[in-house]
Design a protein around this ligand. Structure first.
Ligand code: TUI
Length: 312
């Protein structure tokens, strides 16, 4: 399955893993890379030394390429940006902001930079500043999202830039991958399905909530604060939405979600924690290993569009 993305990153399949906070640690990243995709360590809001350790642990498990995702709202973003260079990581994806101020340092170190964008304007800006590719992430995704769905975002970004586009949001089987190629993408980023893999060090309660989710089980909090986040509906989202309606301040709302993702992923509190997941959760019915999932995606995609010129 050769595309501009497999060639750019030196990987077997154009499938990259989302840089999910608390979920994307070294077991998962190494599992995805070993299976022929691109695994990522999610730096999220973690200190730089944690990221450094994760990189070193992943290296022990795989000789294949893997990357780091930087969440740009993190107070440690500057330090993590340097750790990437110091540790010789070759691919970085970024989220929740613009990585412009790190671009020169990364490019000088030969790091491939793939910003995650939710709009055409940011995709264009990223291409101008030297990005190697972009992930166009639709609002079907879990976590922090933009306005546009994958269906409308991917073709508009693909028309707007020359660099290859990776589609994200709402993809969890071969039909989704094939559709992404038809919209102009050269690869896909998958998050939610990788949360439910054997390698993912995620509390069983979290995995079960995704496995049992129906199509309409997610909701978006924070639309009024300018930080929309998609998560599976629970006591926390209900309370958040009620307080949002009442005009509660951003600071107070933040207190409600602060640590909420950790609470759900690590402690398994899916009632009061933040169970971030994409809308495709309703379609995910079994826990597979990373290798089984990637093989399934490739086989299904091949059956639909193999030989049609989307990839070699
Ligand atoms: O970043 C993500 N998804 C995330 S980050 C995250 S951690 C978090 N938790 C609670 C609140 C906020 C963050 C959980 N999920 N996806 C990539 C993404 N980036 N989606 C949307 C954006 C984005 C949004 C605005 C990128 C840039 C942007 O504006 C940049 C600018 O300067 O215009």
């Amino acid at each position: 399955m050769r595309t501009e993305i497999t060639e750019l990153l030196g990987i077997q399949y154009p499938i990259i893993q989302g840089g999910m906070a608390w979920v994307a640690e070294h077991h998962l990243a190494a599992g995805v890379s070993e299976a022929g995709g691109l695994g990522l360590i999610g730096a999220a809001s973690a200190p730089a030394d944690w990221v450094r350790q994760q990189i070193r642990e992943a290296r022990k498990k795989t000789e294949k390429p893997f990357g780091v995702n930087i969440m740009l709202m993190s107070p440690y973003a500057d330090e993590v940006a340097k750790v990437i260079v110091e540790e010789g990581v070759k691919v970085v994806t970024t989220g929740a902001g613009s990585p412009e101020k790190y671009m020169e340092m990364w490019k000088a170190a030969g790091v491939k930079v793939i910003p995650v964008v939710a709009s055409v304007a940011l995709a264009r800006r990223m291409e101008r500043t030297g990005a190697d590719a972009v992930v166009a992430e639709g609002s079907e995704s879990g976590g922090h999202i933009g306005e546009n769905t994958t269906m409308v975002l991917v073709p508009q970004v693909a028309d707007a830039v020359q660099i290859p586009v990776i589609a994200a949001g709402g993809i969890a089987d071969g039909r989704g991958v094939a559709a992404a190629f038809m919209l102009g993408a050269k690869g896909v980023q998958i998050g939610t399905h990788f949360v439910v893999t054997k390698e993912a060090q995620v509390h069983e309660n979290y995995k079960q909530r995704i496995l049992k989710a129906k199509d309409i089980d997610s909701c978006v909090t924070g639309r009024t604060t300018g930080h929309p986040v998609r998560a599976l509906r629970n006591q926390m989202t209900k309370e958040y939405l009620r307080m949002e309606k009442e005009g509660t301040s951003f600071e107070e709302l933040e207190l409600l979600t602060l640590g909420g993702l950790r609470k759900a992923v690590v402690e398994g509190d899916t009632v009061n924690g933040s169970v971030m997941a994409g809308q495709i959760a309703g379609m995910i019915k079994e826990e597979l290993s990373c290798q089984e999932l990637i093989e399934k995606l490739v086989k299904e995609t091949d059956a639909l569009i193999g030989g049609a010129g989307f990839y070699e």
